[in-house]
Design a protein around this ligand. Structure first.
Ligand code: FHN
Length: 416
């Protein structure tokens, strides 16, 4: 299939295929593989220059407990996550499914189980959409680097890669997301035969959505470890670690707080984007306790504030402006003010041009008294202390008579 024909075909179905994904807002990323046994990041093989033959020994000692994916899926569901994306093969080259493409897999070696099938079954048990992460870069395959300079090696490596993708899209029922990563060393969609590969995936999984990491823009952008909206109209998902490492790394002390994750949710929602928040399970599949603690608390917060988080939202960029006490998300004629610094019984919002017809605390529905002039909205009778004890973020719901709009600017001077 020619590129232009492929692009036209995928563009024609994108809105329908992605509706659930936009509404879902929030997903769980899972990085799990042989590297978890070392506990020093998923790049340990490369960064410590571990020879392949030495690293392969990890494939004889991996002993996960029974069905840990059920724990991940239960936790994701409880946290308010609506989909999951799990590494089927990371750069180490070890395949977590029953593949015919290589014996370097979780069935021929330890744990002698199809971990991808366990993951898929857990997602379905907990009603979560299913994503497969697949690393194009492969440090184990003999042609994984040679493919860049040897045409026969490139053919062999592409046949291997396409064989893997075909199996993943054929053998596990309906799959919702194909999340490619690190298309190294080949430097173009042509060299990777990405159109052929992705058209095959779409033929097998007509509703699937595909990320932008096979040298094609495909369905969504993937800012990593930062939250940056793509241009208006382009879907995007910020993928973030919890503690700076995608793979299991208990020596990393830098855990994002629940409050920081709520801030991430605010920012992605304000930009009509998604958040894919990562866990790196331990070798036995256990979720690090720091992640369990945060995701459990987060679930209480997302449950209470789901109206402002999920579903169809509009971008605030160009319509609303920053305030010292919090920031905005928008749905239709309703503005949600995520108040992160509680001012006490009175909150003043400048520059709101749309007429507020009703103000309330989102979680309780308690109505709030307010007065609005052309340039100022003054809300009174608020609780004296920050009502949200989970993340210190309380959402005020401002229902307006038109699409919310705020005009402050930096040079505004009060004349009267
Ligand atoms: O090198 C990988 C990394 O290990 C991790 O999988 C992230 C997740 O998006 N992707 C690559 C770095 O961009």
């Amino acid at each position: 299939m020619e590129l232009n024909e492929y692009l036209q075909q995928t563009a024609a179905t994108r809105a329908e295929r992605m509706q659930w994904w936009h509404d879902a807002r929030f997903g769980m990323f899972v990085h799990w593989g042989l590297y978890a046994q070392l506990g020093r990041h998923e790049w340990v093989m490369n960064r410590e220059r571990i020879p392949v033959a030495e690293y392969e020994k990890l494939a004889e000692t991996w002993q996960p407990k029974e069905r840990p994916a059920r724990e991940w899926a239960r936790l994701a569901k409880q946290a308010g996550m609506k989909y999951m994306v799990m590494t089927t093969k990371h750069h180490e080259g070890f395949c977590l499914w029953d593949t015919q493409q290589t014996d370097y897999n979780a069935v021929k070696h330890t744990p002698h189980r199809d971990l991808v099938r366990e993951y898929v079954e857990a997602c379905r048990e907990f009603g979560l959409k299913i994503g497969f992460y697949y690393s194009l870069m492969d440090w184990h395959h003999p042609d994984g680097a040679l493919c860049a300079t040897d045409e026969a090696a490139r053919r062999r490596f592409l046949d291997f890669t396409q064989g893997c993708v075909r199996e993943l899209c054929s053998n596990y029922g309906k799959i919702d997301i194909l999340w490619y990563d690190v298309a190294w060393p080949l430097k173009s969609a042509d060299k990777w035969e990405s159109v052929k590969m992705n058209a095959m995936a779409r033929q097998l999984q007509p509703h699937i959505i595909i990320d932008n990491r096979s040298w094609l823009d495909e369905d969504f952008g993937t800012p990593e470890e930062h939250v940056t909206a793509e241009k208006e109209g382009r879907a995007w998902e910020a993928c973030m670690t919890f503690n700076g490492s995608w793979g299991y790394m208990p020596i990393s002390p830098d855990w994002r707080s629940t409050r920081e994750v709520v801030h991430l949710l605010n920012t992605v929602t304000a930009g009509s984007g998604n958040l894919l928040l990562n866990i790196g399970p331990a070798p036995d599949g256990s979720v690090p306790p720091e992640a369990v603690e945060r995701l459990t608390a987060l679930g209480q917060w997302t449950a209470q504030n789901q109206e402002a988080l999920y579903g169809q939202v509009e971008r605030t960029q160009g319509r609303m402006e920053w305030l010292p006490t919090g920031s905005w998300t928008i749905k239709g004629n309703t503005a949600y003010f995520w108040c992160t610094r509680w001012p006490g019984e009175t909150l003043v919002i400048g520059g709101l041009r749309s007429k507020v017809v009703k103000a309330s605390l989102l979680t309780s529905g308690a109505p709030l008294a307010f007065e609005q002039t052309e340039n100022r909205l003054v809300l009174t009778g608020l609780p004296a202390a920050q009502p949200d004890a989970i993340a210190g973020v309380t959402i005020l719901k401002l229902e307006c008579d038109s699409a919310p709009r705020q005009a402050l600017g930096t040079g505004y001077v009060v004349l009267e």
